[in-house]
Write a protein that binds this ligand. Structure first.
Ligand SMILES: [Zn+2]
Length: 54
């Protein structure tokens, strides 16, 4: 039996968003970060999370 963490499973989804332009501000781009302990993609400029995996 092999277990895959939710973070590993979410990586392709989050990675696809990294580098995209932020939807909420003009200057920001999205980067991998942790949001409240979960894997997420967050705007570097305004800090708005674009995607998050619980
Ligand atoms: Zn932004």
């Amino acid at each position: 039996m092999q277990q895959v963490s939710s973070q590993d499973a979410s990586t392709p989804v989050l990675a696809a968003l990294v580098g995209d332009e932020c939807s909420w501000c003009a200057a920001g781009t999205l980067a991998r970060e942790e949001f409240k302990g979960d894997a997420a993609v967050v705007c570097e400029e305004c800090g708005t999370p674009a995607a998050r995996v619980w």
